[in-house]
Design a protein around this ligand. Structure first.
Ligand SMILES: [Fe+2]
Ligand SMILES: [Fe+2]
Length: 210
C-alpha cells in the first residue's frame, strides 16, 4: 500500500483503563458516523469538523485557568491547543465551500455541540490525560477518514473540484490547486494533532506534568 493510502500509519496501542475507555468511546462514535454519513465524505467533513474544533478551545481554556491558579508556566500547551482549535475551524470553513449540509445535519451540529462541549469540559476537568487520549484517537480516525476521502477522489467517486480560495490562502496552495491537494493538507494537520494529543496524554501519564 502506498503511503498516500496507508489509512492508519500510526496507532497508539491502548495501555490501561483510561486508554481503553478513550479508544472504545472513539470507535463507538465512529460506528455511528459511518452509519449516518455512509460515504458522503464532504458532508461528513463539515459536520465532524464542527466537533473537532471544540477540544483545543476547551483544553486551552482549562490549561489557561490552571496556569493562572497555580501561577505556573504552561510550557506552550495553551498556544498549541488554541492553534489546534483555529486550525480545525479552518478545516470547517474550507469544507463548507465543498459540501452543503442539509437541515438534518445542521440540527445535528447544534445538538452535538451542546452535548460534546459540556461532556468534553467535564472529562477534561476529571482527567486531562483521558481527554487528550480521546482527541488522539479521534485524530487517528480523522486521518483514516481523509484517506478514504482521498481514495474516493482518485477513483472518481467524488469530483476533484477546484480548491476553495480560503484553502489556497490558508495552506498557500498553488492557484490551480484542487480538492485532492486540500485533503492531503488537511490530513497532514490531523496527523499532527494526533501526535500532539497522544504526546500530551503520555506526558500527563508519566507524571512529568502535574
Ligand atoms: Fe480537522
Ligand atoms: Fe484534527
Amino acid at each position: 500500500m502506498s503511503e498516500e493510502y496507508e489509512a492508519r500509519p500510526k496507532h497508539h496501542k491502548p495501555q490501561g483503563i483510561s486508554d481503553r475507555i478513550a479508544y472504545g468511546t472513539v470507535r463507538f462514535l465512529r460506528f455511528f458516523a459511518d452509519l449516518f454519513f455512509s460515504g458522503r465524505y464532504g458532508n461528513r467533513a463539515v459536520v465532524l469538523e464542527t466537533v473537532a474544533a471544540v477540544p483545543g478551545m476547551v483544553g486551552g481554556a482549562i490549561q489557561h485557568l490552571h496556569s493562572l491558579r497555580r501561577m505556573k508556566n504552561d510550557d506552550g500547551w495553551i498556544h498549541t491547543l488554541l492553534e489546534e482549535a483555529e486550525n480545525e475551524r479552518m478545516h470547517l470553513l474550507t469544507f463548507i465551500e465543498v459540501a452543503k449540509p442539509n437541515w438534518l445535519e445542521r440540527t445535528l451540529v447544534i445538538i452535538a455541540q451542546g452535548i460534546f462541549y459540556n461532556a468534553f469540559f467535564v472529562l477534561y476537568l476529571f482527567s486531562s490525560k483521558t481527554a487528550h487520549r480521546v482527541v488522539g484517537y479521534l485524530e487517528e480516525e480523522a486521518v483514516y477518514s481523509y484517506t478514504e476521502y482521498l481514495a474516493g477522489v482518485d477513483s472518481g467517486k467524488y469530483e476533484n473540484v477546484p480548491a476553495p480560495q480560503i484553502a489556497i490562502d490558508y495552506w498557500q496552495l498553488p492557484e490551480d490547486a484542487r480538492l485532492r491537494e486540500v485533503i492531503i493538507a488537511v490530513r497532514a494537520d490531523e496527523a499532527k494533532h494526533r501526535d500532539v494529543n497522544h504526546g500530551f496524554a503520555d506526558e500527563l501519564k508519566s507524571g512529568a506534568r502535574k
